[in-house]
Design a protein. Sequence first.
Length: 192
Amino acid sequence: MGSRLVGLSIQKIHPWRLLAFRAAAEPQEASLRRLQVMLNAAKLAARVGTDMKGPVPMESASAFIDQKIKELGDWRGKTLAHLRQLIHDADPDIQEEWKWVKPASPGTPVWSHDGIVCTGESYKQVVKLTFARGASIEDPKTLFNSSLEGNVRRAIDLREGEKINEAAFKQLIRAAVAANSAARAQRVARKK
């Protein structure tokens, strides 16, 4: 298969062929893991009564996040659970959502208050919290350590064994909520 791709530029390969090539080149265990993730998402969707095509109800989103933490089962699950608790401590009115469900991904945990505050993703080496308006938020304790080059978002990457400054993190959550509320108030004022 590799010899057929020699001399072709990426632009000449149709996206569906690229996916087929990726699937063929993917190790069997990674392919099985991808299927397992999709199956778990479908089972959970059936259990909480959603078809995954529209927005996931808040109760269901919380169930998805619980399931994600349980599936991780290692330091990443514990870290995500701890950060989730800190987010709720910082803003008891925050809403949990589950967004961006795709065939290759069961979705992403999202915390919102007057708009997206942050998302929580887990990777092999890091748990990443991406703040939607991070570039406009003061970060005096320099918790942001990823996605620093962008004009809008900022992220915090936590690796195994790393601790977060809890007070500073809660302050970032409150600042993100305040930024969302201010942006929403501006949108409402413009409409009048």
